[in-house]
Design a protein around this ligand. Structure first.
Ligand code: NAP
Length: 336
């Protein structure tokens, strides 16, 4: 029976990866997916200088949202924003700004959040999109001593999310969107390895990438549950697999194959999760995982295991302990 379940799961993954074009052929183009007027909404998009994040930020800005491009390369981001404004000269004026954020540095995350929080404005949508996959590279460690996939794809966005909770709670309703990956299915999380060196021949960047995505999914699920317990029901937590997309993430993936999405198609499910009213019906305890066809997707059995999820939550909070000074005290007291 278990073998059947395993085979069925594998078939599901293969279908999701290689048949994504077939699964989405009936969907409207991403630019037709958004409500006409998003003015009055503030959206932070991390990693908006390239790939899925760039397309997501652009579509949201074109639909009238105030878009904050949270990027490490602010020069590139400013050039991109300028070009969008030039391209849009005949239509509405785009409300786009650039703020510096380097997820390889937890102090950069704190600085970003503190600067944003000073405005005391509501934040309606946080899109944790920025990510890395150091394919085929040996283990690399951040200045904070964390394996780089786990730092950039999980720990730093988790800190950013926690620090922005006061702003997200200021909006009447808000969403946290984590751009995840179907690859989380092939991973296990082992928090004991987040801060330790692994023998070179034993390290796999594919496993590290998958584990960082799985950890990020588990953390978001627990955050959603905790927000529910605290009756902070105005925040919805969504994770989304964008599809297999031609971007700069993987060297060689820039060239499009017939079965792959271009970045605009990759942004479709992210934009859907950020703006559709339909997601409310799919939330379980404030949390849902979506696939690249804008439908709820199958999550790894590890995410169903609350003990495993809580282990990831606790380890993450343990690492962030020194970095939570900026969070409004009542929020963090309740969340921990
Ligand atoms: N492409 C796919 O097939 C695929 C599939 C599933 C999930 N995803 C996920 O989709 C998300 C977007 O990736 P993508 O495919 O669009 O790749 P991409 O084109 O490489 O874009 C990644 C973005 O993240 C930014 N970034 C990287 N390291 C950063 C750091 N330390 N601090 C701040 N920003 C940083 C990059 O900035 P720079 O321009 O400065 O490098 C870039 O803007 C990622 O989370 C990825 O895991 C992608």
């Amino acid at each position: 029976m278990e073998r059947w379940a395993w085979t069925w799961n594998l078939w599901d993954m293969v279908k999701e990866i290689f048949c994504q074009k077939l699964l989405t052929y009936h969907l409207p183009p991403p630019s037709h997916l958004l409500p006409n007027n998003l003015s009055g909404l503030s959206v932070i998009v991390t990693g908006a200088t390239s790939g899925i994040g760039l397309q997501t930020a652009r579509e949201l800005a074109k639909a009238g949202a105030h878009v904050i491009m949270a990027c490490r390369n602010t020069k590139a981001a400013n050039n991109i924003a300028c070009q969008w404004k030039i391209d849009a000269h005949n239509s509405r004026i785009l409300d786009v700004e650039v703020m510096e954020l380097d997820l390889l540095s937890l102090s950069s995350v704190q600085k970003f959040a503190a600067t944003w929080e000073q405005r005391e404005e509501p934040l309606h949508i946080l899109i944790n999109n920025a990510g890395i996959y150091l394919m085929g590279e040996p283990q690399k460690v951040s200045d904070e001593g964390l394996e780089q996939h786990i730092q950039v794809n999980h720990v730093a966005p988790a800190l950013l999310t926690l620090l922005l909770l006061p702003s997200l709670l200021r909006a009447p309703s808000s969403r946290i969107i984590n751009v995840n990956s179907v690859v989380h299915h092939f991973a296990v999380v082992e928090p004991k390895y987040w801060k330790s060196r692994i023998e070179e021949h034993k390290f796999s960047s594919f496993k590290a990438y998958g584990a960082s995505k799985l950890a990020h999914l588990m953390f978001l699920k627990i955050l959603a549950n905790k927000l529910m317990e605290q009756r902070k029901t105005s925040i919805q937590c969504l994770a989304v697999h964008p599809g297999v997309v031609t971007t700069n993430l993987v060297p060689g993936f820039q060239k499009k194959s017939f079965w792959m999405f271009d970045p605009a198609e990759g942004a479709r499910s992210v934009l859907f999760c950020a703006t559709s009213n339909d997601v409310a019906g799919d939330l379980v305890k404030g949390f849902a995982y979506y696939s690249c066809n804008c439908k709820p997707g199958r999550i790894s059995p590890h995410v169903a295991d609350m003990d495993e999820c809580l282990e990831v939550w606790k380890k993450t909070m343990e690492i962030l302990q020194l970095n939570i000074n900026y969070i409004s005290q009542d929020v963090i007291a309740n969340i921990q």
